[in-house]
Design a protein around this ligand. Structure first.
Ligand SMILES: [Fe+2]
Ligand SMILES: [Fe+2]
Length: 390
């Protein structure tokens, strides 16, 4: 298999050659030939391959290409709305060249005509933004359509989340970029239909709880954030906070996590360490992750100050903690636990309504109930993962 880094570097050469030479010039054609050859090696027998350019990093499938951090062409592609490119085996040299020409026109600020845009949608290359958001004005229609065709697989995200938990447990490191990728990917899944659809996982085995629950809380937190009018990065921060809120559970013995019965005082005390542990792990990784760390610390603290860890003085918790708290309780209630069956959505929403104002912040409880009554959810059975999450 050819090296994804070498392939991207060759793609950079083509883009550079395009600015120097017209179509047909031998130097430009040679650069395209060489790069296309590397692309063929890369996709041969592999189905499709995906590159993502986000946060100044380059990701190949699920692997971060550290040597291409701050890679100039990745930054430029992302800046013109090409944050993700997917090549499949049917990609021809002509498709590849058309894709690069489109990128090149976008760099120059010249938009494509519609014939070219629709042509691209029928080739072996799909590309667009990773999120259909309107942060910087409406994206052109072709970007919306191409990104909507990007294949999405929830199972891949679940595998990544499980892998992340193992990384935290074994290496003490949070793979942040992957966490952000999962959040973007979940957001894409939510927006892939005409109406918003919340993909929620159903638990099959008790020891998959943390993975299932983290995914669901990330989806619900982003949906609620959007529902109340947040946008772009603010929504993604809520997603990351939801995804990482229970990270501290990697420090809790598994027999306590999946205990089928009432906790002893000692076990409860142990379990209640997870918010502090979570915040410690997250802050140890990156001080810029302040919001997810605060949410990890505060997500079991109620609006009236009850819950845990106990506060030394009375204060309101962070807005993100109050938002995640509603989503967290809802998902926990709607999931089968070793000691009780899952509640129905109506029953869980009823409890949230009843306790709005003391456990839950009404500014999130009300909209959450409305949202869950209005928006469609899609329950997906958690398929057999490779390794059980903690
Ligand atoms: Fe928790
Ligand atoms: Fe939780």
């Amino acid at each position: 298999m050819s090296d994804p880094v070498q392939f991207l570097l060759s793609m950079g050469h083509v883009l550079a050659a395009m600015s120097l030479y017209d179509k047909g010039h031998p130097a430009r054609e040679r650069a395209v030939d060489e790069s296309y050859e590397k692309l063929q090696d890369l996709v041969h027998g592999e189905g499709n391959r995906q590159f993502t350019f986000v946060n100044r990093e380059v990701v190949f499938d699920r692997q971060v290409l550290r040597e291409l951090k701050e890679w100039e062409w990745g930054l430029r592609l992302a800046s013109v709305g090409i944050e993700r490119v997917e090549f499949d085996e049917s990609t021809t040299r002509g498709d590849y060249e058309e894709f690069l020409r489109d990128a090149f026109f976008r760099f120059k600020g010249e938009s494509l005509d519609t014939t070219e845009a629709s042509y691209m949608r029928h080739t072996g290359i799909r590309y667009g933004s990773t999120l259909i958001d309107t942060e910087e004005g409406e994206p052109p229609e072709e970007i919306i359509q191409t990104s909507a065709t990007i294949a999405y697989s929830l199972q891949e995200d679940i595998d990544t989340i499980e892998w992340m938990h193992r990384q935290v447990q074994e290496q003490g490191e949070i793979p942040m970029l992957e966490a952000e990728m999962v959040v973007r990917s979940l957001s894409t899944a939510m927006h892939n239909q005409e109406e918003i659809l919340l993909p929620l996982l159903d638990l099959k085995e008790f020891d998959q709880y943390t993975t299932t629950h983290s995914t669901n809380v990330a989806v619900l937190a982003m949906a609620l954030a959007e529902y109340i009018g947040l946008q772009g990065q603010d929504v993604r921060v809520m997603g990351v906070a939801g995804l990482l809120h229970d990270l501290g559970k990697v420090c809790i013995p598994k027999d306590i996590l999946i205990k089928p019965g009432v906790f002893t005082d000692e076990e409860r005390h142990e379990m209640q360490r997870h918010p502090v542990e979570g915040a410690r792990i997250i802050l140890g990784r990156d001080v810029r992750l302040e919001v997810p760390a605060i949410v990890a610390y505060e997500h079991h603290i109620m609006l009236n100050g009850n819950g845990y860890p106990s506060l030394h003085y009375s204060r309101t918790t962070h807005i993100a903690s109050r938002l995640v708290h509603v989503c967290d309780v809802y998902d926990a209630l709607c999931t089968n636990r070793p000691y009780r069956d899952a509640w129905t959505s109506e029953k869980a929403l009823g409890l949230i309504e009843e306790n709005s104002g003391h456990d839950f912040d009404p500014q999130f409880a009300g909209p959450f109930i409305q949202m869950m009554q209005q928006q469609k959810t899609q329950r997906v059975q958690f398929a057999d993962p490779v390794v059980a999450a903690p």
